[in-house]
Design a protein. Structure first.
Lengths: 202, 102
């Protein structure tokens, strides 16, 4: 009997969706790859919310670096240094147990720091469609996000068609001409369609 | 929708009953709830007197209710039923022991 084909495949990464300053339940967000769409699952433990992003509807995926990783590194580094310094003070004062406890804390913070460094730079990823811009919390590491993007890029190209770099200016001109007013009394001020670049009246 | 033509009424009913999977945007995970009701109260054992029947009821009542949209097995429901049954049997034995000895 042939194995049942999986409807969704899990994409790497888990993130937490921000809900403001105070939140009772952490919302874990994960991305799954469907046949013709990306599925974002926000899990609250006992319930799940789903958002589907069809490949044909995706206009852009915006990835930018942020300083969260560096801030975490700074925090863990500082805590590790404080624990190590405390350990040295306790060791010089003759308290072996205190020194061992402090060294353990310093080692723990160093380990967390190393893990954070190894995971690579942090970032924020947004997905844009015609009706929304949605954050994808699971793609909060640049390396992981690029890996996922490389995986879904061919699927988006397959759904939307590929555009060569030479074709882009031609298509843009066509769109601009299509959106141009027919009457001579209308001054073009800005783009009317969401896909047309803005035109400034000369 | 996906090559199908649906009337608004059918669309509404399909969404409400969960028949059209691509329209679903929320699901309650009764299997996780039942398992949590069977496992977590073990930390404060007396709570299981109340939570074990609840877990058993949830697991049986929602045996056929779809769980996560991602394919999941019924293992959580099975564990919840087994654990809740054992807890209920345990309480039954305690009550029987107390009733016969006192």
């Amino acid at each position: 009997m042939p194995a049942r084909e999986k409807e969704y495949r899990r994409l790497p990464g888990v993130g937490t969706r921000g809900q403001g300053l105070v939140s009772v339940v952490a919302i874990r967000s994960r991305l799954w790859l469907g046949k013709d769409h990306l599925l974002c699952i926000d899990s609250q433990g006992f319930s799940e919310d789903y958002k589907r992003f069809y490949f044909r509807d995706i206009q852009a995926i915006i990835l930018r670096r942020n300083a969260h990783g560096k801030m975490l590194n700074g925090g863990f580094g500082a805590l590790g240094l404080i624990a190590a310094a405390l350990g040295l003070v306790l060791f010089s004062a003759g308290s072996m147990i205190g020194a061992i406890v402090s060294a353990s804390f310093a080692g723990f913070f160093l380990l967390v720091l190393l893990i954070n460094v190894a995971r690579g730079p942090t970032g924020v990823c947004h997905l844009r469609t015609a009706v929304q811009i949605e954050e994808l919390p699971s793609l909060n590491r640049v390396r992981r996000a690029r890996k996922v993007l490389n995986r879904i890029r061919p699927l988006i190209a397959e759904a939307q068609g590929r555009l060569d770099s030479e074709e882009i200016p031609v298509k843009m001109r066509e769109l601009a001409l299509a959106a141009a007013p027919t009457g001579a009394d209308r001054l073009p001020m800005a783009a009317e369609g969401s896909n047309v670049p803005p035109r400034i009246a000369g | 929708m996906h090559g199908q033509h649906l009337r608004p009424a059918c669309l509404e009913v399909g969404k409400k009953k969960g028949k059209i999977k691509s329209l679903e945007n929320h699901r309650v995970l009764y299997d996780s709830t039942a398992l949590a009701l069977a496992v977590y109260p073990l930390l404060i054992f007396y709570l299981t007197l109340f939570t074990a029947p609840m877990a058993l009821y949830l697991a049986v009542r929602h045996w056929n209710t779809p769980t996560s949209i991602i394919h999941r097995t019924k293992i959580r429901l099975v564990f919840a039923i087994v654990l809740a049954t054992l807890e209920i049997i345990g309480w039954g034995m305690v009550i029987y022991f107390l009733a016969t000895r006192l």
